[in-house]
Design a protein around this ligand. Sequence first.
Ligand code: NOJ
Ligand code: CA
Length: 725
Amino acid sequence: MEGKMKNLLMLAAVGVPLALGAEQVTSPDGALVVDVDIAAGGIPTYKVDYKGKPVVLPSRLGFTLASESSRRDFSADAVKTSADALQMTSGFAITDIERGAVDETWAPVWGEEDSIRCNYNEMALKLTQTDLDRYMIVRFRVFNDGLGFRYEFPAQPHMTYFVIKEENTQFAMTGDHWAYWIPGDYDTQEYNYTKSRMSHIRDSWEQHKKESSANASSTLFSPTGVQTALQLKTDDSIYLNIHEAGVKDYPTMHLNLDEATNTFTSHLTPDATGMKGYMQTPEETPWRTIMVVDDARDILASRLILNLNEPTAYEDTSWIKPVKYMGVWWEMIAGKGDWSYTNDLASIKLGETDYTKTKPHGHHSANTENVKRYIDFAAEHGFDQVLVEGWNEGWEDWIGNSKDYVFDFVTPYPDFDLEGLNKYAKEKGVKLMMHHETSGSTRNYERHLPAAYKLMNDLGYNSVKSGYVGNIIPRGETHYSQWSNNHYLYAITEAAKHHIMVNAHEASRPTGLSRTYPNLIGNESARGTEYQAMGGNAKWHTSILPFTRLQGGPMDYTPGIFEFDLSTFSRHNNSKIASTIPGQLALYVTMYSPLQMAADLPEHYARHMDAFQFIKDVPVEWEKSVYLEAEPMDYVTVARKDKNSDEWYVGSTAGTADRDSKITLSFLDPGRKYTATIYAEAPDANTVDGQTRYKITTKTVTNKSTLKLHALAGGGYAISIKPVK
Ligand code: NOJ
Ligand code: CA
């Protein structure tokens, strides 16, 4: 269970039956002021002021329904189809109000710190459509660094089942702000970010359509549609961040911009029928969140999303443990080996093909000897786990054919000794990490899940990397629909019953659900390191992800590439990665995750054991985090203290330009001496020629020390700081 609550002020309900008008709720420090009003025609709106200035102009709340029924069937009589009954955007009056405040501290199972303060004022308004005799509650929680609000539909006589055609929540901005965005897409989040004025989002549409047609699964829907978390910056340097928290039994939200009014409106991901949400009272939507701060570091420090999620649902969480791992992975991504066993495509049918009779193509990476090599190296250098992809039958035709039965998740290829390798790893003190690529067939995955998890239990696996590449089956479903979101959560809660931790790739971008289900220890859900071998990631990518994708939860970014010239080991890839070794090391600190991979090959690390030392040292469990420098896309510098020692680790990435960083180590204990090992760019380093140049120095430091370090765009620096004994 989560740690004990301190200082809890319980919500005080104040029923106010009198006529209600504009109602207000402020943040505990008074800087944020939220006003809710009913405009002419009974249209509910909210607006937000920050330090006396508007940051969100009056914005509408509500829904358009596809059908609404108060009965338990959908016969013609039961379904009200009058235009009036299908709108939940006007005709409202505020008929009740409840106010409260909370100030508590809770302990996450894992996180960027070991205790989190949750402090907000709350206002819940009952909005009644008197003509239709039905109502919803809009609940606002206002923190010092932002707010969340959600819609609640309590059980009531004239509303039971209803189908949401669209949510009509608006976010009306005060101007044409800077936006840091990726295009709205029902099926992929694996984009590089663009910084532009909001009014220029549309300019990239043609380019995105080209990228979309080249992608295995991509469904763009609007030239001004963007994904959450959307980072914005005003001309007077206020940072706004729009996202959502606790998306459960509901589709993932996108935002559509109306340039004429600078207004974003929610656009929910549709399901196969084009509908958005199938609802039954009592039910509530996820939280819609808006962070509002005037120092970019406070976006990184914000725990708004986690605080709006429910405490952990599990009684016992002792089996959930952070993981540092290596894997038979990058060698396939970079084109040295392959996931598949044979090129013999025509006859491959799950359960029917006898692979021992097919001809191996000779570069199947997940073979017993190769896996042993990784196990040996991981064991020697203190890693917890070794991921093996391509161990199971099915990879010959896993993509592009909309095939339902691709994998059964239990049958190994003939050259992968499933039991023997698990035994071998166990003897060496490491675990194998399971891999379940579903190829988007969520239907097939659910079919095999019980046997797949049972096999893991039988062999002693306690974590799985899953993936959803390609179009979802059932056909017509999209990656971020209500249906798909329910699948991802089902896979997580079923895993919990088996004490299995989940790291899902290509699943919906996270919204803090890992607080409630802490066995969700990772997600990809954004463009990861794999793209460094497929066209490259923008140099600013890892300097924007902490502001956007990571707001909802940790990312399995898979850092730690040490060989940037892929032609030196790949069969077909001549790319040179635009990065530096210090920049790769920085990611273990800047990109928070309780699950961190050392993604490169053992032989590449063996050439740079001095730099590899940082990856060996860096913890995956933290006591506290200090955000030293931050500006979206430009740079991120973070210091974190190990949960199990007095050591500190610093990481810094530079994005849009080379940069001089100056930091003071005031976070260290006063009067104590530490040895800082600094992993920095070499003076002649660049991110172009694929060479690796870095400089490691050590220095005695105290909490008064100041360090000046240079970082290349796309690079960075890393420091370990250990107390002098
Ligand atoms: C995409 C994932 O992001 C990647 O890590 C994985 O190797 C492939 N799918 C195959 O499952
Ligand atoms: Ca991916």
